[in-house]
Design a protein around this ligand. Sequence first.
Ligand SMILES: NC(=O)c1ccc[n+]([C@@H]2O[C@H](COP(=O)([O-])OP(=O)(O)OC[C@H]3O[C@@H](n4cnc5c(N)ncnc54)[C@H](O)[C@@H]3O)[C@@H](O)[C@H]2O)c1
Ligand SMILES: NC(=O)c1ccc[n+]([C@@H]2O[C@H](COP(=O)([O-])OP(=O)(O)OC[C@H]3O[C@@H](n4cnc5c(N)ncnc54)[C@H](O)[C@@H]3O)[C@@H](O)[C@H]2O)c1
Lengths: 207, 207
Amino acid sequence: NLNKSTILRLARYLRVLQKLKSLGFVKVFSNNLGDAIGVTPAVVRKDFSIINIPGNKRGGYNIDTLIELLSNVLGKNQPHEIIIVGCGRIGSALMEYKEFAKEGIHIAAGFDVDPSKVEPKAGIPILDVKEMPAFIKEYKITVGVIAVPDTAAAQVMEQMVNAGIQGILNFAPVELKCNHKGCLIHNVNLSLEIENLFYLVKLADRL
Amino acid sequence: NLNKSTILRLARYLRVLQKLKSLGFVKVFSNNLGDAIGVTPAVVRKDFSIINIPGNKRGGYNIDTLIELLSNVLGKNQPHEIIIVGCGRIGSALMEYKEFAKEGIHIAAGFDVDPSKVEPKAGIPILDVKEMPAFIKEYKITVGVIAVPDTAAAQVMEQMVNAGIQGILNFAPVELKCNHKGCLIHNVNLSLEIENLFYLVKLADRL
Ligand SMILES: NC(=O)c1ccc[n+]([C@@H]2O[C@H](COP(=O)([O-])OP(=O)(O)OC[C@H]3O[C@@H](n4cnc5c(N)ncnc54)[C@H](O)[C@@H]3O)[C@@H](O)[C@H]2O)c1
Ligand SMILES: NC(=O)c1ccc[n+]([C@@H]2O[C@H](COP(=O)([O-])OP(=O)(O)OC[C@H]3O[C@@H](n4cnc5c(N)ncnc54)[C@H](O)[C@@H]3O)[C@@H](O)[C@H]2O)c1
């Protein structure tokens, strides 16, 4: 009964609740949450019943309780370890990005094929990509980022998935598809985001 | 009758059609397009009627004709000029990204506050950010990318929008909202994408 769209809604409720908490709210009703993410209160209550959060139509839900229950269901209470493969411009921007830590995302290591980028003693170690499969297995890394040139991407994905990676954020401009069962790839496509901005700007001009 | 979700569907049809064309297809039916983007054939036909593409249930649509009509409606036949503000790791990765040109996205210039990054004679010129408002007005730039640190983002957005920018792709970890009418901001949030991968990997483990 838990499926992909439910999980992604639960993640959105959690982010809304964290924002409400930071604004000083203590309670919330299902219609507030519903409005915030664009679903009906009935959907919110159904989602909460799936994860055994007791219904509370009159008094509303306690925000801290919801945050704790949702964080547990979503596995947010342990650090999420990732690796970055390809430590060029995009890869190093991600390694420097301070916001990941706030979300519980921790970069265990970076990997590169260029010896001038390898730095095992750095705060976040950058290792030779030859060491990647052993590292993934030893530290049981399940999610990684591909930030290598397009020519290297498919082979790097293969190595990652064979070593046990189950979720990949891919920046290289090749549409990677996982032929393994149990492997998710999200292809980042900034061209698409920029093109959509042009279409929506043009639409706004028309109206 | 043209609205945001219709425009984004039209953009998705266009990408599917370009892919089909590259695979050698000549004709397509509304149910093929519907399946490809997850809507019913009736929605496809309604979308096409909004932009005056004549219905053709029996013979299917000619792909080249559809591509041409959709490209016109979406304004894809002129190059889409953008500026990049902040030419550090992320900004320079975008300036080097070869795929933008394939989508008709052309970077007119980059801007930075750091004199060591300014390079007016480069292939894609990098100029002092002081010159940005005049540049935007002179070249009528409507879309830009914010790739500066979080402390600079709000002020940079202000300068861009006052000079005429209508669509912004924002990488800085501050949620920018546009108070001008007619200004769209898309906040890129890679933490969110990575967290969603963890949730979906965890879900896949459960099933
Ligand atoms: N998706 C988007 O919208 C978007 C935007 C910009 C860049 N990109 C893409 O992101 C990728 C990275 O861009 P960049 O500007 O950081 O490139 P870059 O050249 O600066 O970095 C690539 C790094 O990968 C390393 N590398 C190459 N082969 C490797 C391998 N087999 N294993 C490990 N490391 C390897 C290189 O040594 C280099 O450090 C490119 O594929 C680029 O096209 C995507
Ligand atoms: N959204 C995400 O998921 C994500 C991921 C990584 C980085 N980031 C963010 O993207 C931004 C850029 O990251 P980066 O690693 O490229 O940083 P960077 O420090 O390498 O680059 C920032 C650049 O902006 C320039 N700059 C500063 N103030 C400016 C101003 N007022 N006008 C013009 N230029 C100015 C700097 O001189 C520098 O060249 C940061 O805000 C970072 O937090 C976001």
